[in-house]
Design a protein around this ligand. Structure first.
Ligand code: K1U
Ligand code: ZN
Length: 175
């Protein structure tokens, strides 16, 4: 079992579109297991493969606190969207624990595969699941939640991040 390093914004590798999975083999199942461990270690509720520098259409989600509802979502396609909802989103790839609201559909239906290559449907009527799925599917397309922010909110975040990066570089060169 391996805990992957999470790639952080502004690393351009987060922008690479992911390729569909074609082999449902032991290597895929190992990646899925490692992604769950990485997600739990980082206290996340979801993780998409490009966040760990794997550019394949693989997502893991578990909204429970006791690790009891592991969802493996491979090659997802959104087939239905309705309603609107927004919550304070976070992202393991966005530094400074920055959170912001993004308007998304409140109910979606996703067609996908599990790690064994079996096709199934997720009817995400629960808002948090619908939002988390849209956030993770965005990752597969190289999109981040901060891309939806207004110009002012985005530039305030970029300023805060540059300041933090300068501070980090100085601290690193002093040690
Ligand atoms: O994709 C990611 O970076 C994971 C991200 C998923 C997500 C969270 C909130 C809204 C949409 C998508 C996270 O898990 S960040 C951590 C987080 O926000 C959280 C952790 C535990 C409980 C609730 C939220
Ligand atoms: Zn994210």
């Amino acid at each position: 079992m391996t805990i992957y390093k999470v790639v952080e914004y502004p690393n351009p590798r987060l922008r690479i579109p992911s390729k569909p999975v074609t082999e449902f083999d032991d290597n895929l199942r190992q990646i899925v297991e490692n992604m769950f461990e990485t997600m739990y270690t980082s206290s996340g509720i979801g993780l998409a493969a490009p966040q760990v520098d794997i550019h394949k259409q693989i997502i893991v989600i578990d909204l429970t606190e006791d690790k009891s509802d592991q969802k493996v979502i491979i090659n997802p396609k959104i087939t239905f969207k309705e309603g609107s909802a927004s919550i304070d989103e976070g992202c393991l790839s966005v530094p400074l624990d920055y959170r912001a609201k993004v308007e998304r559909a409140s109910h979606i239906v996703v067609e996908c595969f599990n790690e064994k290559g079996e096709q199934y449907t997720i009817d995400a009527t629960e808002e948090l699941l619908a939002i988390c799925l849209q956030h993770e599917i965005d990752h597969l397309e190289g999109k981040l939640f901060i891309d939806y922010l207004s110009g002012l909110k985005r530039s305030m975040y970029e300023k805060k991040l540059s300041k933090y990066q300068r501070y980090k570089r100085r601290a690193e060169s002093a040690s």
